[in-house]
Design a protein around this ligand. Structure first.
Ligand code: S3P
Length: 429
């Protein structure tokens, strides 16, 4: 495991173009692998997770050419996957495992989906239920991976998703696309809608009637040419850093601003950040923009993040909690129990690491509360091999007294391999 030292900064300044969005890259890789023709993608995510999806698509018979890690060509299988010669290795990626399950289940083969230690601890029953109802057989081990899927022709269902999860929604949509009849679902909370946009971009029909989303089965897909927007969840680390220094100035170029993801920007604004949208356009249904962010003169205010909002910014909660001590009124997060079943138990690790840096924090089963107006000191941080924990505490370290050591820093490469280099460029010391 590698350790990264983060020194305190005096300010945060600069302009960055972020690597491609992880969620969108997964979807383009999977749908490109199923479609007819050659999909050409630029600014594909450099993170290890979407590259796990690409490797799985190769195992399923798609041809993948990596001009470089960001420029990818995928020649799809025109709707038919063969019997893979080896297991589908999803690495650390819950998105790959859950979404791919829906994509392969309609094919009459046996698929084994495996992953690393962290992935085998994550709940998979949530995808088994709808896919079994559609007619697939899935074997799990006590609710967890490895998953064995006995695929075959599926029939449409209606499903009410009890847990807000775009991954589960996507598994159902990908299976429904290839099933007989029209599959529909309703979500308890509307989650990120990249799958809906991606499916339409690849030529599929989807219908929305109020909260009900439907997808007719038996549809075929056509390859696309696309540029993946910059990843707003990666940008979140720098947006939070920008809030911490009164004279900060951060420009994010070509970043994804999909409204189902951009609640983060509302939170940054509610904390006092001044956001200017310099440019915005639509690409394949996704909003992409250039934004400039400046800090509030008297520091970030603080807020409570609860209910649907917690689900909408689930990936950004660790960094929002990590800057909580530096806010005026503190950060409280509730209704975020899902954080306990991400790449790590993110509530437990955020609490542990905040305490290591000298912060006062209260832990709840579904969140935490960090009082504002606290000073932190450098400490040894345990990333728990979780990318978002490693990056969140690198941001807290910028305003701590003394150096902070991030143990297991290499985990950042799961979503954002360029993180430490860019952090160093943007931090003024
Ligand atoms: C994702 C959905 C979220 C998120 C994950 C990516 C996606 O997970 O935490 O990082 O791309 O659909 P859930 O769908 O499990 O909430």
């Amino acid at each position: 495991m590698s350790t990264q030292t983060i020194r305190p900064a005096r300010s945060f300044q600069g302009s960055v173009t972020l690597p491609g969005d992880k969620s969108i890259s997964h979807r383009y890789a999977m749908l490109g692998g199923l479609a007819e023709g050659t999909t050409r993608l630029s600014n594909f995510s450099t993170g290890a997770d979407p590259h796990s999806s690409l490797a799985c698509m190769e195992t399923l018979g798609a041809k993948v050419v990596r001009t470089d890690e960001k420029t990818i060509e995928i020649t799809g299988t025109t709707g038919s996957f063969g019997q893979p010669a080896k297991p589908l290795d999803c690495g650390n990626s819950g998105s790959t495992m859950r979404m791919l399950s829906g994509l392969v289940a309609p094919h009459a083969h046996i698929y084994t989906l495996i992953g690393d230690h962290s992935l085998t601890l994550r709940p998979m029953e949530r995808i088994r239920k709808p896919l079994m109802q559609m007619g697939a057989k899935l074997d799990l081990i006590d609710g967890h991976a490895p998953i064995t899927i006995y695929g075959g022709p599926l029939t449409a269902i209606h499903f009410d998703t009890p847990i807000p999860s775009a991954q589960v929604k996507t598994a159902i949509l990908f299976a429904g696309l290839q099933a007989e009849g029209t599959t529909s679902l309703t979500e308890s909370v509307r989650t990120r809608d990249h799958s809906e946009h991606a499916l339409r971009a690849f030529g599929a029909t989807l219908l929305r009637d109020g909260e009900k989303l439907s997808i007719p089965g038996g549809q075929t897909l056509k390859a696309i040419n696309a540029t993946v927007p910059g990843d707003l969840s990666s940008a979140a680390f720098f947006l939070c850093a920008a809030l911490l220094f009164p004279d900060s100035n951060l420009v994010l170029d070509a970043v994804g601003m999909n409204p189902t993801r951009s609640s983060l920007l509302d939170i940054i604004a509610a904390l006092g950040g001044k956001i200017k949208v310099l440019h915005v356009e639509e690409q394949h249904g996704e909003m992409v923009g250039t934004i400039q962010v400046n800090a509030p003169a008297d520091g970030p205010t603080g807020m409570e993040i609860t209910g649907a909002l917690s689900a909408q910014v689930i990936d950004e909660l660790p960094v929002l909690a990590a800057i909580g001590p530096y806010t005026r009124d503190g950060i409280t997060i509730r209704d975020a129990k899902e954080l306990r079943v991400k790449e790590s138990d993110r509530i437990a690790l955020v609490v542990k690491n905040l305490r290591a840096m000298g912060a006062e924090v209260t832990e709840f089963e579904d969140g935490l509360s960090v009082p504002g107006g606290q000073s932190l000191h450098g400490a040894l941080i345990d990333s728990g091999t979780d990318h978002r924990i490693a990056m969140a505490f690198s941001i807290a370290a910028l305003r701590a007294s003394g150096d902070t050591e991030i143990h297991g820093a290499e985990a950042a490469a799961i979503s954002f391999p360029e993180f430490f280099t860019l952090l160093d460029t943007l931090s003024v010391r």
